[in-house]
Design a protein around this ligand. Structure first.
Ligand code: B12
Length: 212
């Protein structure tokens, strides 16, 4: 029998959502670790889709159907990835920054945080700095979390941090940034408090801040 995770990955790359969901259910029934399906199946598939898009082998429609397939599989994994939270730990405001409509990664971060006991206020995609500022005033969160997938939209993160500063709110929150093009170096340069390369790492950092 072929590797179940490789099979899921292939169906997602091909954008075959029904097949991807069925293969995921089969893999789970066979005892495959849901975290491995997420990381080595779904996220790895998106990375390959991105490479194929860069090389001109894939165009926007293929990228869209692959993203849709991944989006269909995530709810199958969700109950297994996020346990029932025992108590409310804290609050986060999350959004994909202005100019950027990618939300798969942001939604995974949100899902993992909720599973870990955080209340997450999701501002959606294409969120300008002033909407982050308004949400911080309204919600009094401990964390502001920003996602960006496009090199050009990363600058919106800097603008949001500056806007929080100008509103006198910068020290009231810890600012976390993430998304495929981000790095620790860039996060430090724009004055974010932290960067994490994945959703699990984001939860861990938030937990550390809450425990401190
Ligand atoms: C799927 C996808 C799409 C889908 C998005 C569907 C959706 N609902 O999100 C569609 C087809 C709509 C799309 C559109 C576009 N896309 Co696109 N897309 C991708 C692709 C293939 C995968 C992204 C993804 O979902 N990855 C999987 C998730 C799980 O990973 P992730 O987002 O990185 O998130 C993880 C971590 O980064 C982290 N994380 C994420 N957010 C946060 C936040 C915090 C606070 C923390 C701590 C951690 C964290 O945790 C997540 C889970 O572990 C990437 C390729 C790639 N390698 O990234 C291109 C890519 C990002 N897209 C790209 C482009 C160019 C576009 C378009 C401009 C194309 C066009 N011509 O229209 C448009 C953008 C329109 C816009 N203004 O936003 C380029 C960007 C190039 C660049 N360097 O700037 C890429 C890199 C493709 C490429 N190789 O050229 N895209």
């Amino acid at each position: 029998m072929s590797d179940p995770i490789a099979t899921i990955k292939e169906w997602v790359i091909k954008g075959k959502k029904n097949e991807a969901v069925a293969a995921t259910r089969e893999a789970l029934a066979a005892g495959v670790d849901p975290g491995a399906i997420m990381k080595d199946g779904l996220i790895a598939a998106m990375s390959i889709v991105g490479q194929k898009y860069s090389s001109g082998e894939f165009f926007l429609p293929q990228m869209m159907i692959a993203a849709r397939a991944m989006t269909e599989v995530i709810p199958v994994l969700k109950p297994l990835l996020v346990g029932a939270a025992a108590e409310a730990k804290g609050k986060a405001v999350i959004g994909t920054v202005q100019g950027d409509f990618h939300d798969i990664g942001k939604n995974i971060v949100k899902m993992m945080l909720e599973g870990a006991g955080y209340v997450v206020v999701d501002l959606g995609v294409d969120v300008p700095a002033d909407r982050f500022v308004d949400a911080v005033k309204r919600e009094s969160p401990q964390f502001v979390l920003m996602s960006a997938l496009i090199t050009l939209t990363m600058e919106s993160m800097r603008r949001t941090i500056q806007a929080l500063d100008a509103a006198g709110l910068r020290t009231a929150v810890k600012v976390g940034v993430g998304g495929a093009p981000l790095t620790h170096k860039y996060a430090a340069e724009i004055g974010a408090d932290f960067y994490s390369e994945d959703a699990y790492g984001c939860v861990q950092v938030c937990n550390q801040y809450i425990a401190a």
